[in-house]
Design a protein around this ligand. Structure first.
Ligand code: DQA
Length: 138
């Protein structure tokens, strides 16, 4: 069975509560349970942290054994050379995901420091962005 992990960065623990007009009203756990049911042929793990170094630790931990990583680095997308370097250092394919269309938003969100190191980018489809990334990896 393929092993995929979804790694979520800062503030994504508040999905369903946080800025619902942008990120929607569904909690991530609720959405994840739906994904696990609809894609039961793969093992889907998940991890969330608000701390940059913990996200880097997790990428290093899973990045040599998992069949794919779906990464929403959230605000660190726009700032973190450390996360970009971690992606370059590991072997598992990484899909960068964003719930919102970052190119339709403030200019600071138009730059991703991680895109050049990932295998693909999906953004702007709401929580469905994770499902599209999962299907791309499968
Ligand atoms: C986000 C977009 C980022 O700009 C923002 O900082 C987030 C979430 C998204 O999923 O749309 O926290 O990555």
């Amino acid at each position: 069975m393929k092993k995929i992990i979804i790694i979520n960065g800062p503030n994504l623990n508040l999905l369903g509560i946080r800025e619902t007009s942008i990120y929607g009203k569904q909690s991530f756990n609720d959405y994840l349970n739906e994904l696990k049911v609809s894609h039961s042929s793969v093992e889907i793990d998940s991890y969330q942290s608000n701390i940059e170094g913990e996200l880097i630790d997790k990428l290093q931990e899973v990045g040599f054994t998992y069949d794919g990583i779906i990464l929403n680095a959230a605000a660190y997308t726009h700032t973190s050379v450390g996360i970009a370097d971690a992606i370059a250092a590991i072997q598992s394919p990484v899909i960068e995901v964003h719930i919102s269309n970052i190119y339709k938003r403030e200019e600071i969100r138009h730059t991703s420091l991680i895109s050049k190191n990932v295998d693909g980018v999906i953004c702007g489809f709401g929580l469905k962005s994770y499902k599209l990334a999962l299907e791309a990896l499968i």
